[in-house]
Design a protein around this ligand. Structure first.
Ligand code: NDP
Ligand code: 1BO
Length: 349
């Protein structure tokens, strides 16, 4: 069962233990939309902020920068084993059987593929995708590899998808390949993001390796209690993404009245209250920031607690709504197969 571990002071909740026995640091740095500034953010987080957990994804297009940041942090004296690096399987770039990997033609094709946002989530592409991610990050292994979305898109799919862009997803085939990556020690843990209870139940029906982590949107504006309870019951650790309400176009929880009131009362910042709320629910939390002061602020959450009454006030924020609902990526209102956001989330919200 995933549970908190405590520091020698006996009160600090700094990591959670996964089913595999590995520990996931409770606060990690998110890197979505960090672009060319990702390297600097990663170095600041690790070297100055004391972060040991970095979250990235092929889709973020910043794995090279994240890798450079990790390398610089390691030059500053950190060991690889001290870090917990997560990335995510989106779509794979390489049609290996058809192409000589070292040929100049390969470079051209990969470039073309990148521009087209190759988008097939299928079993034979899982390993090449991971290899590509490891190469970009300049790492030998990942601590955690997640299926980014349980949806397969056609190569060159549009955003929003056109008819025929969203294909059947071979969940069992993809998961078997994820399991093989784990057996081959290329990844220490495997997991999923953006699954529903329906999809998790399906996965648990055939999984030889139970997902160690389920990464989901969670903040006081979208508590997502149903999936949290399901995961706890099944000993799957949950990581809360977009813990501050996400970025541009997201929900401004930093200026939410309840959050602000509690922050002032506890002499903390709204960002710290939002991170701490996630930790007190038993989830790890991955706030993104490019601002050095905010990066450092967001992890100063271990030597205090949100009192029960205030915690319950945060649990009572109304207008519960997803920010990252996947509509622009996966919904085609006339052709389907997902005609609405509700379809996408198996009508569980
Ligand atoms: P967050 O909820 O982490 O919010 C980030 C925003 O908050 C940025 O605009 C940031 O600005 C600002 N911010 C950061 N710290 C503070 C603070 N202390 N006070 C005020 N503002 C602050 O957004 P994300 O959506 O990026 O989620 C975090 C991470 O979760 C992602 O970066 C990604 O790694 C992961 N994720 C995973 C998904 C998945 O499908 N698995 C989906 C979405 C996110 P600034 O940079 O200027 O500080
Ligand atoms: C669509 C990607 C959301 C960030 O993980």
């Amino acid at each position: 069962m995933a549970h908190a571990t405590f520091t020698s002071e006996g009160q600090n909740m700094e990591s959670f233990r996964l089913l595999s026995g590995h520990k996931i640091p409770a606060v990690g740095l998110g890197t979505w939309r960090s672009g060319s500034q990702a390297a600097h953010a990663v170095v600041t987080a690790i070297v100055e902020g004391g972060y040991r957990h970095i979250d990235t994804a092929w889709e973020y297009g910043d794995q090279r920068e994240v890798g450079q940041g990790i390398k610089r942090a390691m030059h500053a004296g950190l060991e690889r084993r001290d870090l917990f690096v997560t990335s995510k399987l989106w779509y794979t770039l390489i049609l290996r059987k058809m192409i000589n990997l070292s040929s100049p033609l390969m470079n051209v094709l990969v470039g073309t593929c990148l521009n087209k946002r190759c988008t097939e989530l299928s079993p034979e592409r899982v390993r090449p995708a991971l290899q590509n991610t490891l190469k970009e990050l300049q790492l030998e292994y990942l601590d955690l590899y997640l299926i980014h979305w349980p949806i397969r898109l056609r190569e060159g799919a549009s955003k929003p998808p056109k008819a025929g862009d969203v294909l059947d997803f071979d969940m069992e085939g993809v998961w078997r390949e994820m399991e093989n990556l784990s057996k081959d020690s290329l990844v220490r843990n495997i997991g999923v993001c953006n699954f529903t209870v329906t999809k998790l139940n399906k996965l648990l029906g055939f999984a030889e390796l139970i997902p160690a982590v389920c990464q989901m949107e969670m903040h006081p504006g979208w508590r997502n209690d149903r999936i949290l309870e399901f995961c706890k019951k099944n000993e799957i650790h949950v990581t809360a993404y977009s813990p501050l309400g996400s970025q541009e176009g997201g929900r401004d929880l930093i200026h939410d009245q309840t959050v602000d009131r509690i922050a002032k009362k506890l002499n903390k910042t709204p960002g710290q209250i939002l991170v701490k709320w996630g930790l007190q629910r038993g989830t790890s939390v991955i706030p993104k920031s490019l601002n050095p002061e905010r990066i450092k602020e967001n992890i100063k959450v271990f030597d205090w607690v949100i009192p029960e009454q205030d915690f319950q006030a945060l649990n009572s924020i109304t207008d519960q709504k997803r920010v990252i609902d996947g509509e622009d990526l996966f919904v085609n209102k006339t052709e389907g197969p997902f005609r609405s956001v509700a379809d996408l989330w198996d009508h569980e919200d």
